[in-house]
Design a protein around this ligand. Sequence first.
Ligand SMILES: CCCCCCCCCCCCCCCC(=O)SCCNC(=O)CCNC(=O)[C@H](O)C(C)(C)COP(=O)(O)OP(=O)(O)OC[C@H]1O[C@@H](n2cnc3c(N)ncnc32)[C@H](O)[C@@H]1OP(=O)(O)O
Length: 168
Amino acid sequence: MALDPKPTSAARTSLSHIMTAVDTNLLGTVHGGVIMKLVDDVAGAVAQRHSGGPAVTAAMDGMTFLHPVRVGDLVHAHAQVNWAGKSSMEVGVRVLAEPWDRAGVPPTKVATAYLVFVAVGENGHPRPVPPVAPETEEDERRLREAEIRRQHRLARRDEILASRAPKP
Ligand SMILES: CCCCCCCCCCCCCCCC(=O)SCCNC(=O)CCNC(=O)[C@H](O)C(C)(C)COP(=O)(O)OP(=O)(O)OC[C@H]1O[C@@H](n2cnc3c(N)ncnc32)[C@H](O)[C@@H]1OP(=O)(O)O
């Protein structure tokens, strides 16, 4: 039986973290892996909320770092389901940074990412997810663009598998 669509806003959520010295790389800026963990956590929460149960990260692509993040930055990761298929979901994440101790400074967009999560049952196998019901023009645009990324992911995988097939 088909699941009822869920509005984008039902699962949309955010996570925030103040960056400290333990988050830095050898250059003194915040390690990309720290941002990626925040992104995976918030996207995982969104995928679980949308699908109503456990969901695992299947792929993380389009992770773009736009500006360095520094100690003392209050970093916010905002995420929503852009697209949902049979058992997989694309979650889009925007990462913004602002000084932790000063109000009124406009946040800077420091990173963006797209992740594919697959909802799994108790046996670890994929289980069905509800379709996503976009609510705004922005949601509609994200849905269209996620479908394009999905086609490219599948085409890339098929092309790579075909290139491995034994030549006649
Ligand atoms: C101090 C404050 C702390 C705060 C703290 C907060 C925490 C707040 C919550 C945390 C939340 C964390 C969340 C972390 C989540 C993990 O860290 S999970 C750990 C890392 N991931 C894994 O271990 C997954 C390992 N992989 C697998 O188990 C299997 O490959 C999968 C993903 C279940 C897929 O199984 P499969 O049998 O290959 O599935 P298959 O039928 O081929 O495909 C199923 C669907 O997935 C799609 N798919 C599969 N692979 C791919 C791929 N590579 N690319 C695109 N699509 C794919 C297929 O197209 C298909 O789509 P649908 O047409 O069904 O929509």
